[in-house]
Design a protein around this ligand. Structure first.
Ligand code: CDP
Length: 238
């Protein structure tokens, strides 16, 4: 079934309304809020601090330890509280997406703890979480070579779209078969490097290249919002 008009009326290459803020949790060393429309994420960073137990320490470089979770009230069908396999997977890929941006060799034997909580979810929570966490790491004053900007792209009813909502992720063909392809991506925008690429569904290699270009364009826009948010916060700080 062709997808000619998006469910929420956006253009195919348009993200939802982006909101970003830093310094939302006073106790944390760094913190941030990031929203794609009604998908809202909050992130807090603590550290670097010495990593225990000692056998986990790396004398060459520090590590990022990420904890992602969704609040029970973030979705209409209550999310079971506590850790689960989905949360573990997202925590892991988020660590991998953030690691190349931080100068971890400055912190041997240390850990930087990153907590991400999803306050409200309508798809794209890992990408919103990565954007919030990247802002929180920068807000903590950690040495970084770049920020990390993330968005999902996908193929819905034969059409490439950016920043999918849940209705789009669940898009079904006339025969009732689920046909959406969801591709969460993260970039280090200044370096033009990819630090997250997941793919759920089917897509040709030509379309994947087009989708990645679309994602990169959106990530460049997200990057501008992230930089502006940090600059404004540090201006007030003086
Ligand atoms: O959120 P993201 O797209 O990164 O990951 P997903 O595993 O593809 O989840 C897609 C969406 O499913 C979430 O954003 C939520 O809106 C919804 N979801 C849910 O309703 N209940 C859960 N326990 C997990 C996800």
């Amino acid at each position: 079934m062709p997808y000619t008009k998006r469910f929420d009326g956006r253009k195919f290459d348009e993200t939802r309304k982006i909101e970003a803020k830093v310094g939302v949790i006073e106790k944390a060393d760094g913190s941030a809020y990031f929203a794609f429309g009604d998908t809202k994420a909050i992130a807090a960073v603590y550290g670097p601090r010495t990593l225990f137990p000692q056998h986990l320490q790396n004398p060459v470089k520090g590590r990022i330890r990420c904890n992602y979770d969704m609040m029970s009230f973030s979705v209409s069908e209550r999310k079971r509280p506590g850790p689960g396999r989905r949360g573990q997977e997202i925590s892991h890929v988020t660590e991998k997406a953030l690691e190349p941006a931080v100068k971890l060799d400055n912190f041997p034997n240390c850990v930087i703890e990153v907590y991400i909580l999803i306050l409200q979810a309508n798809a794209g929570t890992r990408t919103a979480g990565i954007n919030a966490a990247s802002l929180a790491l920068a807000h903590a004053g950690l040495p970084m070579i770049d920020l990390v900007s993330s968005v999902s792209v996908g193929k819905i009813g034969g059409k490439l779209c950016v920043d999918l909502i849940k209705e789009e992720e669940d898009f079904k063909e006339k025969n009732g078969e689920k046909s959406a392809t969801d591709i969460p991506v993260a970039f280090l925008p200044r370096l033009g490097k990819v630090s997250l690429l997941q793919l759920d569904g089917k897509i040709s290699s030509k379309e994947l290249s087009e989708a990645l270009e679309m994602a990169q364009e959106s990530c460049n826009k997200i990057y501008e919002v992230q930089k502006r948010t940090l600059k404004e916060a540090f201006k007030e700080w003086k």
